[in-house]
Write a protein that binds this ligand. Structure first.
Ligand SMILES: Cc1cc2nc3c(=O)[nH]c(=O)nc-3n(C[C@H](O)[C@H](O)[C@H](O)COP(=O)(O)OP(=O)(O)OC[C@H]3O[C@@H](n4cnc5c(N)ncnc54)[C@H](O)[C@@H]3O)c2cc1C
Length: 437
């Protein structure tokens, strides 16, 4: 099994367009059909999810440990690594990563997050780093096939969850040594402390709230003063490592701030003068990653729907299959409907993000909110359809339900997504008073 190569061809879409237009090439085409490249990638990841990930899911959930051997398997076939990620990101429709995520998380969300958790740090480096930083740090996030690494994105703190403007970790530039000195405590970091590359959001000017934030690369292998705090024991996603990270007089060179120090100095000066600033370090990363996170939730929901559909077609009570009860059949119909509706929102936002169409109505938040809620609802209904079996660890649906719940919480809770949407549709940025977003 190895990565299908990309042979980007628009023949299919063109043929469809011509057929619709009665032989005349249409000016614009609209199609929700996947290209052959996208189908190949989907089927390739699905094979890995079915053959490698799903069979290992229960074991790693019980162990509550990072499944390094599986990450390495993913690296061997090119699913985990710089080139693979670049190929998924490069899809001009924006659907590359959502398609990969849906299949991988269909296999298992805990293992999926161990493989894809690195992507958040990568997105931050890609979105905020300069060319040199992208070339240096993104490959280091993944390591090599023989020495795989993961990466962490550390924004949240004990007192700064939804309200990222409350970040207290601070970075001070030491003119004498030409280094940044970081101090603070990060909470809930996926891969925190087990990564080499940590992207840390810190304040360089607390008075400016989130506008005074910057993103720093802190490599565990080089920087002294960074250490892992408590590892969190979780309700779901238990194969994925989550921990506090401490920064204690942690020193990194001047050019380890993403975008470069000169650019940061210019931006902070602009903000202090009351001028508009384009970038708020944590928010920029979350905005771009929301549809991608939504696609992970879709994978869990689809796993639970497919499993409970098959179960309902097999299980007999009162002398007939349980699907032969309207209550069960209609539930399954709604599961399918909700999953498909969520996928359309995820694909729309992914396409918009990739093609730089502004999220004027917070379409990224809409996609993540809907997909998260659908995953929680579908997995809960799946337990109901399996009855007592659904409630046991002998069957996977209870794990899928535990895993799904996080999609209402991380990368912006359901309430925060609604806040973001409300502000976008009303055009009132200060709606509800606080600066959280
Ligand atoms: C498994 C896991 C992995 C994570 N990974 C990462 C990671 O890699 N990097 C990282 O930086 N963070 C990570 N997080 C942190 C996550 O992003 C936060 O938990 C999340 O943003 C919510 O913050 P909080 O937990 O402090 O909740 P709080 O902000 O305290 O919210 C508590 C409740 O109050 C509600 N609430 C808060 N403010 C408002 C408001 N204004 N209006 C209405 N309701 C409101 C919330 O919606 C929520 O229901 C992770 C968390 C978990 C559990």
């Amino acid at each position: 099994m190895s990565a299908p190569s990309s042979t980007a061809s628009s023949d299919e879409a063109t043929a469809q367009a011509e057929a619709v237009a009665g032989g005349e090439p249409a000016e614009t085409t609209f199609s929700l059909s996947l290209t052959q490249d996208q189908k190949d990638i989907r089927d390739w990841v699905h094979g890995f999810a079915a053959d490698v990930v799903r069979p290992a899911a229960h074991e790693w959930d019980e162990k509550e440990q990072t499944p390094w051997p599986i990450i390495q398997e993913a690296a061997k076939i090119g699913l985990y690594g710089f080139e693979g990620m670049a190929q998924f990101f490069a899809d001009p429709s924006g659907l590359g990563l959502p398609i990969v995520n849906e299949e991988l998380f269909w296999g298992d969300a805990g293992i999926g997050m161990s493989i894809m958790g690195t992507a958040l740090a990568v997105a931050a480096i890609f979105g905020q780093g300069n060319g040199e930083q992208i070339g240096e740090w993104i490959p280091r996030c993944f390591g090599t096939v023989d020495d795989v690494k993961v990466a962490a994105f550390c924004a949240s703190e004990p007192n700064a969850g939804s309200d990222v403007s409350g970040v207290r970790t601070w970075a001070k530039f030491d003119e004498a040594s030409g280094e940044w000195i970081l101090n603070g405590q990060k909470a809930w970091a996926t891969n925190g402390g087990i990564s080499d590359v940590h992207v840390v959001i810190a304040s360089v000017d607390r008075e400016l709230g989130s506008k005074g934030h910057a993103a720093f690369v802190v490599p565990m292998s080089e920087a002294k003063g960074i250490s892992q705090g408590a590892k969190v024991s979780k309700h779901g996603l238990r194969a994925s490592h989550t921990a506090d990270v401490y920064l204690d007089d942690c020193r990194v060179p001047a050019n380890y701030v993403l975008g470069g120090k000169d650019k940061l100095d210019e931006r902070i000066a602009r903000v202090r003068e009351g001028k508009k600033s384009k970038s708020q370090a944590a928010m920029q990363t979350f905005e771009s990653s929301r549809p991608t996170v939504g696609s992970q939730a879709l994978g869990i929901a689809r796993a639970a729907y497919e499993y409970s559909l098959e179960y309902a077609k097999e299980r007999e009570q009162f002398g007939r299959k349980i699907i032969d009860n309207q209550a069960i059949a209609f539930t399954l119909a709604r599961m399918k409907l909700e999953i498909d509706a969520a996928r359309l929102l995820v694909w729309r936002a992914s396409w918009m993000g990739r093609n730089q169409v502004p999220f004027e109505n917070a379409e990224g938040s809409m996609s993540k909110l809907k997909a998260g809620e659908v995953a929680v609802w579908v997995t809960e209904r799946a337990i109901q359809i399996l009855g007592g079996n659904g409630y046991t660890r002998e069957f996977p649906v209870e794990r899928w339900h535990r895993d799904a719940k996080i999609y209402d919480i991380f990368e912006g809770t359901a309430e925060i997504q609604q806040m973001v949407i409300s502000r976008a549709i009303s055009g009132i940025p200060g709606l509800f008073g606080s600066s959280a977003s």
